[in-house]
Design a protein around this ligand. Structure first.
Ligand code: PLP
Length: 425
């Protein structure tokens, strides 16, 4: 893709985008602050929060036939179609909804592990507990072997050959995330799929796209995977739901469902139109960015263009974060600061940096940032969510820095100045 170091939005446009989100530069509890923990839950689009509130305010059951009910039902139908087509890049297969992304992953892993013959499952060591533990749980339950792909600490990525080396004709599942929630490394899923299917052509492959989806359009058809999931609250939307897409053949596997419903209907119980309304507002926002840079009336093309420009803006912000300017040296050049797993080129990274400060525990560092008005996250080996992952990268922990595309260069520069102050202490 063009723009090796990314392409910034014009400043006035970036500032306009910022106004579309709640609490960008301050919150009611802290006051003025820089929010660089978007990987833990992104800034919220006002339109998404409002759309959810608006449809929640209607009492009507979406499965009736009067006008308000029909409108709520339309949100579910349109939302399902557009989430599949725009976010997951396909009209085929089916959409699964649960309360969280973790639940969708457990459900997908359960379907494969319980129905596909095989004596082992292969997962990457970098997986979030939702996919790692799901594979471990069903291996233990069904008496299968769990095989764990090691990580490359210099890049924070999974080597496709290392993944394929663990796959054989008895593998029933391969699960590798699309991008790391600790380092931002984008995994080479196309190569992983190709090499793994060379060992077992009909292998079922899942990919957790929770951290990648807010940064780049997903392409389930091109990748030929069987399942991917995402979390709206990390994608400018709302908490309280998780979405996953499953392939045609996955949808046909036996799964928990109401007997009278089609195999492709995963919803159990009354759908929540508000969650679809919020996600439709997110898609409107991304398509709006696309429409500024491309002429099209096709939602999917506008969405892809919008995500491409978001990715280019984020790449330019990541470049500035790492390299800095003459006035504000980047993370790579601030004495006492280490950027972990810094080996991948920018086009293979989402806007997340894992850093350390010499002589400082990562949890203390996060407190020091907070005292100076910056919200970042500690990924320490004392956290059950991070232990396996950071240790696989040869670390005790990392400070995770995750701005968003609506931030500007001044936000990055401010973060760099504060980091230099903390590291100098
Ligand atoms: C990569 C990744 N996968 C899955 C999840 C789980 O998302 P949820 O908490 O919505 O289940 C997270 C959350 O941090 C994540 O970062």
């Amino acid at each position: 893709m063009y723009g090796k170091h990314g392409i910034l939005f014009e400043e006035s446009y970036q500032q306009k985008l910022k106004t579309a989100f709640y609490y960008t530069d301050s919150d009611p509890y802290y006051g003025e602050r820089l929010f660089f923990d978007n990987s833990g839950g992104s800034l919220r689009l006002k339109a998404a929060v409002n759309a959810k509130a608006e449809s929640e305010s209607l009492p009507d059951c979406p499965e009736r036939s009067h006008s308000a009910a029909l409108q709520l039902n339309r949100l579910v139908q349109d939302g399902t179609r557009e989430i599949m087509s725009c976010v997951f890049g396909t009209e085929k297969g089916a959409l699964m909804t649960e309360l969280t992304a973790s639940q969708t992953m457990f459900h997908m892993v359960e379907m494969v592990m319980e129905n596909i013959p095989g004596t082992n499952a292969v997962v990457s060591v970098l997986e979030h507990p939702s996919s790692f533990d799901a594979a471990a749980y069903y291996c233990a339950k069904l008496g299968k072997e769990l095989r764990v792909i090691p990580a490359d600490p210099s890049t924070g990525a999974i080597d496709p050959d290392a993944a394929a080396a663990l796959v054989d004709e008895n593998t029933c599942l391969l699960s590798v995330m699309s991008a790391s929630n600790v380092t931002g490394a984008i995994m080479d899923i196309p190569a992983i799929v190709k090499k793994a299917r060379a060992k077992k052509p009909d292998l079922y492959i899942l990919s957790d796209a929770v951290q990648h989806a807010p940064h780049q359009a997903l392409d389930t058809e091109g990748l030929q995977v069987d399942g991917m999931n995402m979390a709206p609250y990390k994608f400018f939307g709302v908490r309280g739901c998780g979405f996953a897409w499953v392939s045609e053949r996955m949808a046909q596997l036996p799964h928990r469902k109401l007997l009278a419903k089609d195999r492709k209907v995963f919803a159990l119980g009354t759908p929540a139109p508000g969650n679809f309304a919020a996600m439709l507002a997110v898609l409107d926002y991304v398509c709006g960015i696309g429409a500024k840079f491309a002429e099209s009336t096709d939602r999917r093309s506008l969405f892809r263009k919008g995500m491409e420009r978001i990715h280019l803006q984020e790449r330019a912000l990541l470049h500035r974060l790492l390299e800095g300017t003459k006035e504000n040296p980047g993370l790579r050049y601030i004495p006492g600061v280490s950027v972990y797993a810094d080996g991948l080129p920018l086009e293979r990274r989402d806007l997340i940096a894992a850093i350390g400060i010499a002589g400082m525990d990562v949890c203390d560092a996060v407190k020091a940032y907070e005292a100076k008005g910056v919200i970042v996250c500690d990924r320490s080996n004392r956290s059950m969510y991070a232990k396996r992952i950071v240790e696989a990268l040869g670390l005790e922990g990392a400070i995770r820095v995750s701005p968003l595309h609506c931030h500007g260069t001044e936000d990055i520069d401010r973060f760099l100045r504060i980091t230099a102050e903390i590291a100098a202490k």
